[in-house]
Design a protein around this ligand. Sequence first.
Ligand SMILES: [Zn+2]
Length: 428
Amino acid sequence: MCQLQDPDFTSNPSPVFSKVYEGLDIITNKVSAQEQRMCQHHMISFVDPLVTNYTVVDFRNKATALIEDIFARDKIPIVVGGTNYYIEALLWKVLVSTKPQEMDTEKVTDRKVELEKEDGHALHKRLSQVDPEMAAKLHPHDKRKVARSLQVFEETGISHSEFLHRQHSEEGGGPLGGPLKFPNLCILWLHADQTVLDERLDKRVDDMLAAGLLDELRDFHRRYNQKKVAENRQDYQHGIFQSIGFKEFHEYLVTEGKCTPETSNQLLKKGIESLKQVTKRYARKQNRWVKNRFLNRPGPSVPPVYGLEVSDVSKWEESVLEPALEIVQSFIQGHKPLAAPVKMPCNEMENKRSYHMCDLCDRIIIGDREWAAHIKSKSHLHQLKKRRRLDSDAVTAIENQSISPDCDKELKEKGSPEQNEKELKSSV
Ligand SMILES: [Zn+2]
């Protein structure tokens, strides 16, 4: 998920957190025992894989406490990885914690799940009564978010939008949902040429296979998943089971020994291929996240991103290690690093949550792009035509009215149009 380290740059290093679930070390690419000895790692393998309700809030609370402890020991925490949402929770005060004192995750989750079972429009209507501002930003079909906002109100008595306003009004509040949680943040973005990266990711999968990936998956499947599959209640959407790599081998694992070796082999190949595909897709998603979340929105509440080119590992020292150390040292000493942060040409940002009401179609459309698509859509154009027809009928009706005796009289009193024109010309 995400790792935290606190290396002390002067003496013994000690880092923070990551792959929180126990097991599946190979497929989740956990740091090796040797790497763990080089520098203290936190938050690795401490959650039971059968716990499926471990949330980002749990992660944030534990990680934040650790970060504060590392700072208190005069060391520097390093967060390594990982899942975007988890890192965002550490950078910004983005998450609304409804019950920070007694975080009963199970209950919190249950309430939202309960709400999500209700009709989307009914939920949206309720939200528009308690939090019209948030309701205006959410489509009734976006049940998950509507339920979440309702949950916030139910459990705190404060509307979700009010919550967010309070966060934004704190010093340094920015468009990303509040000020940065920690000052003096710095992001090192290791990026590589796409072709090189794709090759490297394919190779990583091959290396995992060579390191015993299949045995690990078989063992994990037998211990945690076999019974679930037999009862048809396997769940690849939550907890460690949603990790990249496990569900890709589902077919292979459940049929192994129950089908011909040829079929088994084919399913294995299919699993490997799809693992390579999802790995590459995930890497692209992470890069898009860096661009969208940081580079496209520079500002006081967005930490600078320093790019490190890792396409050619033979140049690791001069193109990665040395510049990285220089940047971090500069931050510690409080002066500007030699390297400049990555900048993107700032294009006009579209608003993904803007609210549009189409009076013609009587529909709510959320997002600029969706709105642009809507006004070009067949259904909308159809409504537009209908409206124009009605309008032109109305115009005809008004024109017909204007030849009524009363209007005639008015025209005569004011003078005919030709007369007016003559007077105008003579006065010029
Ligand atoms: Zn419309």
